[in-house]
Design a protein around this ligand. Structure first.
Ligand code: FES
Length: 105
């Protein structure tokens, strides 16, 4: 279980507990948090789960694999220093406190 803060583009914050093993995308979807469309359902094939990881957390995550890196090129307004596809980030206890900024959708 990890407490994750999702910040919508308008600044609205959602602090929610996400079960270990879920993805950051699934956590947002399960809590009806706006900003992550996840059109492919987590198959790393749409880039609509793109979000910005807070700088304190970005380097603590496992690096993006080549498939995610390729798919990130299709996301809108990416920032190489903090952009990730949230369907590719699996929640662990180590991510307790993670902060995710959601893009304009
Ligand atoms: S949900 Fe489609 S790439 Fe993440």
């Amino acid at each position: 279980m990890a407490k994750i803060t999702y910040i919508e583009a308008d600044g609205t914050e959602h602090v929610v507990d996400i079960a270990t093993g879920k993805t950051v995308m699934e956590g947002a979807r399960d809590h009806n948090i706006a900003g992550i469309l996840a059109e492919c359902g987590g198959a790393c094939a749409c880039a609509t789960c793109h979000a910005y990881i807070h700088h304190e957390w970005f380097d603590k995550l496992s690096p993006a694999n080549p498939v995610e890196e390729d798919m990130l090129e299709f996301a809108v307004d990416t920032d190489p220093s903090r952009s990730r596809l949230t369907c590719q980030i699996t929640v662990t206890d180590m991510l307790d406190g993670l902060i995710v900024q959601l893009p304009e959708s």
